[in-house]
Design a protein around this ligand. Structure first.
Ligand SMILES: [Zn+2]
Length: 73
């Protein structure tokens, strides 16, 4: 399975951000221009990272084990 790269809906550049709960994608520039504050948007990198971790979990590679994070919430 491969994660498709999304395109900015304005300029068609590679999108790095999406609006939460929608399928509107923006590149960093358009996001900033459009919203003025990209913190309103979800960084797709983070989403992709979540997926990667999911997959890595399933594969359970013994190579690398990142267990040093503070996970107290
Ligand atoms: Zn754009």
């Amino acid at each position: 399975m491969r994660i498709m790269s999304k395109k900015c809906i304005i300029c068609n550049a590679e999108a790095g951000y999406m609006i939460k709960d929608t399928s509107d994608y923006y590149c960093g520039e358009c996001a900033e221009e459009h919203f003025g504050d990209i913190t309103l948007l979800v960084k797709m990198e983070a989403e992709a990272q979540k997926l990667k971790e999911l997959f890595r979990d399933q594969i359970a590679s013994p190579d690398e084990n990142e267990g040093g994070r503070d996970g107290s919430n």
